[in-house]
Write a protein that binds this ligand. Sequence first.
Ligand code: DGJ
Length: 731
Amino acid sequence: MGILFDEEKKIFKLDTEHTTYMAGLSDEGYVGHVYYGKRLKNIGGKYLLRMEETPFTPLVNKREKNSFLDCFPMEYPTGGIGDYRESCLNVRNSRGSMGCELLYEDHEIRKGKPALPGLPASFGGEDEVQTLKIICADGILGLTVTLFYSVFEKEDVITRSVSVENNGTESLSLEKVYSACLDMDNQEFEMLTLCGSWARERHIQRNKVHAGRQLVSSVKGESSHQEHPFMALVTPGTTQEAGEVYGMHFVYSGNFIAQTEVTQFDRVRMVLGIHQEDFCWRLAPGESFQAPEAVMIYSDCGLGKMSRSLHDFYREHLIRSPYKYKKRPVLINNWEATYFEFDTEKLLAIAGEARKNGIEMLVMDDGWFGKRNWDDSSLGDWTVNEEKLKGGLPNLVHKVRELGMEFGIWFEPEMISARSELYREHPDWAIQIEGREPGQSRAQYVLDLSRKEVRDYAYECVAGILRSAPISYVKWDMNRQLCDMGSACLPPEAQGELFHRYVLGLYEMQERLVTEFPEVLLENCSGGGARFDPGMLYYSPQIWCSDDTDAIERLRIQEGTELIYPLSAMGAHVSDCPNHIVGRTTPFETRGNIALSGTFGYELDITRIAEEDRKQIPGQIALYHKFSGLIQAGDYYRISSWTDQKPLDCWEVAAKDGSHALLTCVNVLGRPNVRSIIIKVKGLKPDSYYRLEGTEEIYTGEELMSCGFMVRDLNEDFKSRLYHFVCEENA
Ligand code: DGJ
């Protein structure tokens, strides 16, 4: 059993295969954080609660409450009672005062893991996960707060969430409900986050923490291009293979905050949850609020171990799609090929040529409905534009299928164009503040998904199209952030619920979609990669990584994404050159090699690209068929990054049984007078022999891992190479 409670010491011990987490009770009943780190054999370390530490005025009051609370390592700190660090829960009573004090009441340990109502959450069988519920209460407010901890032993992951229940007689306002907190001593930590912008999402950023609060967040209504709902604290000098890493990742797709605070006593408090800006949830007597899930991970073997554990965890315990380990069809998407200028004939020409080259699915992107010839109209009017698609959608789908291909389609169901029939009929369906002109972005407004009739309309538009023809894939896009937060239907005191209700509405729609169309492959997307988050992974096994398809830009974007997400989740396509975003020209081979690490597909006009590029497509697709299983299920190793001034950008995927491994090396810029470069291969069986495929070169696993593999003649700008090592027993 991964969870124990020591009655005498009043300590909970949660064990995964390599880690231990401990929480303990103070004499008063505060739930404090004792330890998180390397696995311990025995329960101990209660002194880490520091209950005997001298307060500020020792002679006056040995245990003055607020000086105690301001340094006690809390499992779930509350606001208003004297802990001046960042709180996780702020509750205002009906007389307008904010204050809440949680004391332990009871606990429960059980096998398995409960689902979170209305929210995406990890899951697992009774033999895979155990859950601890610590029930706390504030007797004055009549509030019960349950802290959930679920222990996934094999993946070294502990998930946390919180539910808040009003068992009192007065209405309460929840002004902040975070999902997790970690109070620890500062070990000279550095903070690692993923940041960027549109077309350069999730670049790795690492800085030393300093006194005060440092955070990443989104108040855009989605997880965002700019910052990511993930934070890790790492000890100085942490590499891929060494150093300690404490990570937190949020299973949520809306506003968030991930923050580290270095306190006056050189301790850190790391918190994660829904951002409190414009958040206020009414809780009437008898009601409860469920906070989303936080994923916590600890590694004492560097970042690589964290990546592999999270990859396994998301593959096994968050992604539900039947496509999880199924080979995804190689698709061609017409966005960069045609933008809005296409018709049946053009799409069939692309499909015909694509089919000849081995591509398996045509995806029709934006522009097929209403009067949408540009991005300034028709969102919400989901009727097929028969001027473009002569003979209608079923006709096109059948013709594509006759070619032997599957068909996929693009939607942006959450939006309403200012120029649309829908807006003329239902202007109040757009999120807006009464009396204030709502801001447009890409000439569109956001539908108020807190309203059931709006969700039903938007869902039925999507479902109606999917019911009308055999469609195998949906790209669910979202191309603007939220603002002017007002709902025509919520009462004034509930307007602060709109951001979260919007996300719940989105989840409800996607749940309906995957329930009614379980065989449809769903890919989430938001103007590229603004909604690449674990919440979305619960519904779609893949997410479009970025609108930037330039091979070199993709190196940083994919490196940051792979740090915490399985490769099988990364939407990655080969596009044409000069690249539409950065104007760069890279070899077609390199574009293919880099997209191969993701879901793989094409985003170009195959009828017009250079013949020497087109000729490479069948070979690239053969590589995809050969390696997709390995890439979906294997162990990922980041070997070097050109952002660290290393000559090669290099990563590897090794089969879990060590039977083979694929090494990808990209030379970004050629350098004068470069000799061969040694790459230490990972994840092989030391005593086995490996052949470098396509050559007579044989190495032992030990040789490749310890002496390294010698990369030669890879010094041209943007040149890349794949190396496949196959264990001779498996050859
Ligand atoms: C943004 C997406 O990321 C693109 O791939 C494309 O689908 C456009 N939206 C269409 O408007």
